[in-house]
Design a binder for this molecule. Structure first.
Ligand SMILES: [Zn+2]
Length: 122
């Protein structure tokens, strides 16, 4: 029996939603088959396109807002927009995907939101 952990705490640290100990990713965004610490089977957990949607909406809002502000305030040349926003978009989206996916996985585990609910029982 494991005490309930905050999905946001384990998600932002990219740790197992049940034990909070082991990392859930084996690659950049690839989930391990099971938790090496507690043995939780991740097969029933699938965040789908959820993390990408959140990253697109949040990062898109930030970058478009900043680009509009910069353009209206300073009217910089186009190449400066490319130099500023391209690394921010690439780095921001790759950096945000892991914690967002881990948080959605943790929320799915916490609320037992799976078609194969038996796999999520403790
Ligand atoms: Zn675990």
């Amino acid at each position: 029996m494991y005490p309930p952990l905050s999905p946001f705490s384990t998600g932002l640290r990219c740790r197992c939603p049940r034990c909070g100990e082991a990392p859930i990713f084996s690659g950049l965004l690839t989930l391990r088959p099971t938790c090496p610490a507690c043995g939780l089977d991740y097969a029933a957990i699938d965040a789908g396109d959820g993390p990408a949607v959140f990253v697109i909406l949040i990062l898109g809002f930030l970058v478009v807002g900043l680009a509009l502000w910069l353009e209206l305030k300073y009217e910089p040349p186009f190449w400066l927009h490319m130099v500023l926003w391209t690394p921010l978009i690439l780095g921001g989206s790759i950096g945000m995907l892991r914690p967002f996916k881990a948080t959605l996985v943790a929320l799915q585990y916490r609320h037992k939101a799976s078609s194969d609910i038996e796999l999520l029982k403790e």
